[in-house]
Write a protein that binds this ligand. Structure first.
Ligand code: AP5
Length: 321
């Protein structure tokens, strides 16, 4: 028996298939049933079709000469059927276009835990698109847009900028073609249960959620010593990552919210929200000791991302088998 998977005309592409079989006793008929579970992992074809537009797209299982429609549930479709007793399990041939999905990573942690510093190293090695909610907001502030003016009021108080501004801003950046093609590294988002829920609603889920764990006294020291190069965007620290020369040192700037007083407010906001966000991603969270030197922190993250990559290869290998 052959199976043909057709994922046409529904705004989705098939990005993976998994087939598993199990044998179960059928008490009523005193025989055996073979159950085959076929999983379809699909994603929107267009970066703009972020929500699943059609609750029952044209996804079909072709068995013998009849087509059986499948039901799409979130970004995973499951179809189960049984073979009648007395004959052996059939061989399946699954035909579909399966393309490796780019890596999707969220990095999280308290203010000044080193998210931006690690993102520089991760993007250098993995080529992911770095999307930092704080940077997007600071760009709005610098442009003196209406959103920027409103955002600055919250940022100065160390509070979260309202979802009406942040959610769409981040979602649109995630759905740009470069993020979709190269994969993304989302920094400082989501920071509340409502932001995490919005991502889930859009069907946007990371492969891994990295949590930088840093003690509070170190965080304060990192904030007050942080400096930024407006020319290159590089992050420095007067003690831990000093500028390479006097020319760079002379142009370094300090963020308006990088004072001891403001970091305490930002930390309070972080503590109020962190557990709600972690609960959404607990099955894919990797906790990293961020107290160490940046190279050692990166080594832990690199190991975690390598492991995720290997897992994905194993999973796609089981599809091809
Ligand atoms: P945002 O810009 O995201 O700030 P943050 O979360 O407070 O984080 P930081 O950027 O301060 O620190 P980081 O973890 O990137 O550390 P870094 O690598 O620079 O947000 C700012 C504001 O925007 C928020 O308060 C909020 O108002 C608003 N906002 C942002 N996202 C939002 C959202 N989703 N919803 C609503 N509002 C939002 O490192 C810090 C310093 O330490 C540097 O000097 C660095 O050189 C040094 N350093 C880093 N790692 C090490 C190390 N391992 N050893 C020694 N030094 C190190």
């Amino acid at each position: 028996m052959g199976i043909i998977v057709n994922v046409g005309g529904c705004g989705f592409k098939c990005i993976g298939l998994d087939l598993s079989a199990q044998r179960e006793r059928d008490k009523a008929n005193n025989g055996q049933h073979f159950f085959f579970s076929l999983y379809f992992f699909v994603s929107p074809l267009s970066p703009h079709s972020s929500k699943f537009p059609n609750p029952s797209p044209n996804l079909f299982l072709h068995s013998h000469s009849s087509f059986t429609p499948l039901t799409l549930r979130s970004n995973q479709t499951r179809y189960r059927f049984k073979k009648l007793p007395s004959s052996n399990a059939p061989n399946f041939l699954v035909a579909a276009s399966a393309k490796a999905e780019p890596l999707k990573v969220i990095i999280s942690g308290a203010p000044a835990s080193g998210k931006g510093t690690q993102c520089e190293l991760i993007t250098q090695k993995y080529g992911l698109v770095h999307i930092a909610a704080g940077d997007l907001l600071r760009a709005e502030v610098a442009a003196a847009s209406e959103n920027g003016k409103l955002a600055k009021e919250y940022m100065e108080k160390g509070e979260l900028v309202p979802d009406e501004i942040v959610v769409m801003m981040v979602k649109e950046r995630l759905l740009q073609p470069d993020s979709q093609q190269r994969g993304w590294l989302l920094d400082g988002y989501p920071r509340s249960s409502s932001q995490a829920a919005a991502l889930e609603d859009y069907g946007i889920r990371p492969d891994v959620f990295i949590l930088l764990d840093v003690s509070e006294d170190i965080l304060v020291e990192r904030v007050v010593g942080r400096r930024l190069d407006p020319l290159t965007g590089k992050i420095y620290h007067l003690k831990y990552s000093p500028p390479e020369n006097d020319e760079i040192a002379s142009r370094l700037t300090q963020r308006f919210d990088d004072t001891e007083e403001k970091v305490k407010l930002r930390l309070r906001t972080h503590h109020q929200n962190v557990d709600a966000v972690l609960s959404v991603y607990k099955d894919i969270t990797v906790k990293v000791n961020g107290n160490e030197a940046k190279e050692h922190v990166f080594a832990q993250i690199d190991a975690a991302l390598t492991h995720v990559g290997e897992q994905r290869k194993v999973n796609s290998g089981s599809v091809a088998a």
